[in-house]
Design a protein around this ligand. Structure first.
Ligand code: CP
Length: 314
């Protein structure tokens, strides 16, 4: 089946076959990234604009690096240095970027649905780099890519996502992808941050940390997303940590071969202790590294490349 999408907006809309295609393409690009010469001319002549109107370290740098490894020209614009601070709308900003002959926009924005909106008014591809609490599709793709590298087939694997699920676009993208892969996903955290209605997404909800973690093969920690919370969802950070923070004792409840994941940024000593974040079961920095190959795959495919043609990109 050929790849046909120009935009990447959500994992909800992707089929399992499309997720498999992105992962297969990322595997091929990962091999290229391990060579002495890490660059290929696949997107030579294309200009990609990274429009990041919310802060980012990992996603922005990985998109930047991915585009450069594919020989595209990259321009990054953040909120503080753009004319949005003078009242310009997202629509006007994006239309001006298109008028400057950009070939693609990678958008991070606080408003859910903003990438979909741009995809409807622009003629160029739009990639969602995180929209509000809605989705972060490339994060979900790199997380599941990392799980597959470590565990193989995800069918029936017990995955726990622990923390602030309610405000997490990362959780939503992972839930969509993992459900398609047949994983057994449990969401865990305080009931105010993990409401029972998430079960409608085909996952279990638990507010009991021990039973959730028992025998899990993957635990993904999420930080408390203060920037999206309007009022207190728990009494204090200390109380949250005492109830749901991952420490050495609680990590001993996991399957002995379990991997520990976190999309970053980490709040050490809150959702995860440093000795676990830096320990041998942690794949947190592997996730970051995989983010380059996965984003190369997304850029390449949305510019019309096909998974099987990566071998000819040199
Ligand atoms: N995981 C993630 O989105 O991190 P950044 O906010 O640093 O991009």
């Amino acid at each position: 089946m050929p790849w046909t999408r120009r935009h990447l907006l959500t994992l909800e809309e992707l089929s399992l076959a499309e997720i498999d295609q992105i992962h297969a393409t990322a595997t091929a690009f990962k091999k290229i990234l391990q060579r002495n010469v890490k660059k290929v001319p696949a997107l030579r002549g294309k200009t990609i604009v990274n429009l990041f109107l919310e802060p980012s370290t990992r996603t922005r740098m990985a998109f930047d690096m991915a585009a450069k490894r594919l020989s595209a020209d990259v321009i990054s614009l953040d909120g503080a240095s753009s004319s949005t601070t003078k009242g310009e709308t997202l629509r006007d900003t994006a239309q001006n970027i298109q008028a400057l002959n950009a070939d693609m926009i990678v958008l991070r924005h606080a408003a859910s649905g903003s990438p979909l909106y741009l995809s409807r008014i622009l003629d160029i591809p739009v990639i969602n780099a995180g929209d509000g609490a809605h989705e972060h599709p490339t994060q979900g793709l790199l997380d599941t890519f990392t799980m597959r590298e470590r565990l193989g087939n995800m069918k029936g694997r017990k995955v726990v996502i622990l923390g602030d699920i309610l405000f997490s676009r990362v959780a939503r993208s992972n839930i969509h992808a993992l459900a398609k892969m047949g994983a057994a996903v449990t969401l865990c955290g305080p009931s105010t941050l993990v409401p029972d209605w998430f079960t409608a997404m085909g996952v279990k909800v638990s507010h009991d940390l021990k039973s959730a973690l028992e025998d899990a093969e993957v635990v993904m920690l999420l930080r408390i997303q203060h920037e999206r919370q309007s009022n207190g969802h728990f009494p204090s950070l200390g109380e949250y940590t005492s109830m749901f923070g991952l420490n050495k004792t609680r990590a001993s409840w996991l399957n002995p071969k379990a991997i520990i994941m976190h999309p970053g940024p980490i709040n050490r000593g809150v959702e995860i202790d440093s000795e676990l974040a830096d320990g041998e079961r942690s794949v947190i920095l592997e996730q970051v590294t995989n983010g380059i190959a996965v984003r190369m795959a997304v850029l390449y495919l949305c510019f019309g490349g096909q998974p099987e043609s990566v071998v000819t990109v040199d």
